[in-house]
Design a protein around this ligand. Structure first.
Ligand SMILES: [Zn+2]
Ligand SMILES: [Zn+2]
Length: 93
């Protein structure tokens, strides 16, 4: 959390329900999910869910399953320019 951060009226993170710090890549998210999404873009395809693909992402367990967290980012509409479309189109399933 940056020093001097003030509460923004963004409500909860759309990904993990932590406190959102702003609109990042098109969606109101927390700093954690913002960073996670940015880091995930180049390697999003490698994530695999070990829990059936139905994980509920919360501030407590959001680091447990990268696959479902990243999927939720995509489902929620997060996107970095055209990169996301390349990832989606390169997937076969
Ligand atoms: Zn979050
Ligand atoms: Zn999962």
């Amino acid at each position: 959390m940056p020093v001097g951060a003030i509460p923004f009226p963004f409500g909860d993170c759309r990904i993990c329900n932590d406190k959102a710090t702003g609109v990042h890549y098109g969606v109101a998210t927390c700093e954690g999910c913002k960073g996670f999404f940015r880091r995930s873009i180049p390697k999003g395809e490698k994530y695999k869910c070990f829990f059936g693909g139905q994980c509920v992402i919360s501030p407590q367990n959001r680091n447990r399953c990268k696959a479902c967290r990243f999927k939720k980012c995509l489902d929620t509409g997060m996107a970095i320019d055209g990169m996301i479309f390349q990832i989606l189109h390169s997937k076969s399933c």
